[in-house]
Design a protein around this ligand. Sequence first.
Ligand SMILES: Cc1cc2nc3c(=O)[nH]c(=O)nc-3n(C[C@H](O)[C@H](O)[C@H](O)COP(=O)(O)OP(=O)(O)OC[C@H]3O[C@@H](n4cnc5c(N)ncnc54)[C@H](O)[C@@H]3O)c2cc1C
Length: 332
Amino acid sequence: MEAHNYTSLKEQVWNTLLCSGCSLCATVCPMKTIYFSDEMPVSYNLCKNEKDNVPCGACYSSCPRIDTYKDKYGLGPVLNAYTARSTIPIEKQQSGGAVTAILYNALERKLIDRVVTVGQDHTTMQTYSIALSTPQEMITHAGSKYIWYTPSLLALRDLIEAGITRKIAIIGTPCVMQALRKMMESDNAVLNRFKDHVALLIGVFCTEIFSYDRAMQLFKDASVHPADVKRIDIKKDMLLELYNGDTVTIPLPRDLMRRGCAHCLDFTAVDSDISAGSIGSYEGFTTLITRNRTGEYYLNSAIENGYLETSTLETLDKVETFAQRKYKRNKK
Ligand SMILES: Cc1cc2nc3c(=O)[nH]c(=O)nc-3n(C[C@H](O)[C@H](O)[C@H](O)COP(=O)(O)OP(=O)(O)OC[C@H]3O[C@@H](n4cnc5c(N)ncnc54)[C@H](O)[C@@H]3O)c2cc1C
């Protein structure tokens, strides 16, 4: 059984600001002694391993910033690459709505029974971890809850504790995918109660994440109320589309990035079953990379049931360029 507990994690990852904020440590802690404050993990010091030597180490065994993250970069394993779009009308889709279509189909066909993803408050734009259970909820929650940090896995903990679900799909950024894959491959027995329930991992391409408070300050400086923002897109600048039809461009300061993101080399979410992004496809389409047979199975089911249109992507050159750019920037 793993000898390390949260104190090793605190020394090696939290105090060094290496933490990606994937939130799996807080999710898997049996004592719920890890929580997030100011976007960083903190412990209530109730760790049973620390206090009573109860075998655990779940947080340490699943942390992606212990060793493994250095080997995660580039395109990763590619079974097939597609450009895709949903055939279902989705008002808030970010790219082609392909992620929503795949999971809409999977929920409808009962291939899965929950999707752990990120929800967003409409007034404050604050984001939170949420579990969805119906195809209609997938449509309601479409679109990237962009840019700021969310401990996105906490809803997984609640599902496992409630014992109400067996097959869970999880959407997440590359660090979240790395954490979940590490958990699935770990031989730490404390993690078994999570492993058995995870059916599908959908990773989104990701360059970096920002801090919510800093982003809100930028909104304030530009006299934008978060409740007026309909859609955010990140290109070179932050592009805000407002409900009144106006668009606002906010230049992105370099130091807006969350500190832990500076160590991440993975743009394409190499540890997912399916990766999804806008880069590499025309406007209105999603680039999809299936990494294994699990990913292909869920994608093909959505195609067969008429929810997803795909064509083969001839080249991943553009995706590779972005992946290399992130690698070079953060390897320094
Ligand atoms: C933080 C972030 C950064 C990204 N950076 C890039 C980038 O640099 N380059 C690029 O090409 N693509 C990036 N993407 C991916 C891109 O924005 C789209 O998510 C992707 O193209 C899929 O589009 P879609 O229309 O198929 O997704 P949709 O059908 O709109 O579905 C998106 C799904 O993702 C879920 N979701 C939204 N935000 C989050 C989140 N933060 N964590 C977990 N789940 C979430 C939604 O609830 C929804 O179910 C990023 C996405 C996110 C969330």
